[in-house]
Design a protein around this ligand. Structure first.
Ligand SMILES: Cc1cc2nc3c(=O)[nH]c(=O)nc-3n(C[C@H](O)[C@H](O)[C@H](O)COP(=O)(O)O)c2cc1C
Length: 334
């Protein structure tokens, strides 16, 4: 399934999705991405239902383009009490959100209901096995997210180079690649691996439209290839910039501290503290391993143009590079 199928399905110009990011993908960022021809996505993680409703309505006041809402299913409890997740799903159905991105949970639970509300369902997976389960559950588009991604990652997850082509081969629905894509080369590589499109998170944090604290944006600009790490490998593993809080968590892991102790230290508020309050000591700053590629804070329109036009150029040049003129047809004749 190629890019043209994905863009016509989602009614977008470029096969570029902005990853839903708890706390830092609010309506301003999502609206700007949709206006620029990509799919802007409001991250509902951490929001109260009525807050999400206001965000959706504010986005609609800024753009008539297609957009999405990301609802992490992490809070669905084993006893089936979906709690807040159920209420967020109610809101996206009531507000007729056209695209819903789910992840960190089973796709079976909500897909039918979302389809009933005329929403397209995209689900984030780290493996071939889960991608196949999503397809069986009727998911419309699979987002194959590799270990390079910012935020929650699967510890058993693969890197993009091996994950994307294997997921593409295993399912018939369009596959979007996510994880570590922060410039045009990453976009071109993902398409070359067979993805129909890309989902980019971290790169969009360093934009004027993103509500992240300036200290978080600056930390991304200062980041190198060594600046992120995966922590809490036994309990909802995540990739983030290595702040003192992440160092402490890594230390606790190497000391063999229990999962409960790790969860207790991580708490629920540290990502908010880092991303929104700019507390780089106690806070967490989820970020993909491509952070070292983020060089400047730009407008969303500039980032979208750079990623899409750059990838088009690279793929064109590569086509010419691997197809030299036939022998005897020109300068290489002896
Ligand atoms: C700050 C931050 C918060 C995120 N929050 C969520 C989330 O709430 N739900 C989700 O499905 N993915 C979340 N992600 C993952 C993104 O949607 C996206 O897949 C990921 O950022 C892609 O990798 P990249 O950051 O290397 O581009 C988050 C990522 C970041 C960086």
């Amino acid at each position: 399934m190629g890019s043209a199928h994905l863009t016509s399905l989602l009614k977008i110009t470029h096969p570029l999705l902005q990853g839903g990011m708890s706390w830092v993908s609010r309506f301003e960022l999502a609206a700007a991405v949709s206006e620029a021809g990509g799919l802007g996505v409001i991250g509902a993680g951490g929001m109260e239902p009525e807050e999400l409703r206001r965000e959706i309505r504010s986005l609609r006041a800024q753009t008539t383009q297609t957009f999405g809402v990301n609802v992490p299913l992490l809070n669905v409890r084993p006893d089936g009490n979906a709690g807040i997740v159920e209420q967020l799903i109610d809101v996206v159905c009531e507000e007729s959100v056209p695209v819903v991105v789910t992840g960190a949970g089973t796709p079976r639970r909500f897909t039918e209901r979302l389809h009933g509300a005329n929403a397209l369902v995209l689900h984030v997976v780290p493996s071939v096995e889960l991608a196949q389960k999503c397809e069986q559950a009727g998911v419309d588009v699979i987002i194959a997210e590799s270990q390079e991604a910012g935020g929650h990652v699967s510890v058993k997850g693969l890197s993009s180079f091996s994950l994307i082509p294997q997921v593409v081969d295993a399912v018939d629905v369009p596959v979007v690649a996510a994880g570590g894509i922060a410039d045009a080369r990453g976009v071109a590589a993902a398409l070359a691996l067979g993805a129909a499109g890309v989902q980019v998170g971290t790169r969009f944090i360093a934009t004027h439209e993103c509500n992240a604290h300036p200290a978080f944006k600056q930390a991304l600009l200062s980041a190198s290839s060594e600046s992120t790490a995966i922590y809490c490998r036994q309990a909802h593993a995540s990739r983030a910039l290595v702040t003192p809080a992440v160092k402490k968590l890594l230390e606790m892991e190497s000391e063999g501290r229990t999962v409960d102790e790790l969860i207790q230290f991580r708490g629920r508020g540290r990502a908010f503290e880092g991303c929104i309050e700019g507390n780089l000591d106690d806070g967490l700053l989820p970020s993909g391993s491509g952070a070292g590629l983020v060089q400047s804070t730009q407008t969303v329109a500039e980032v979208v143009a750079e990623l899409t036009q750059g990838a088009t150029r690279i793929l064109g040049d590569l086509g010419k590079a691997i197809s030299p003129p036939a022998r005897g047809s020109g300068t290489d004749a002896k």
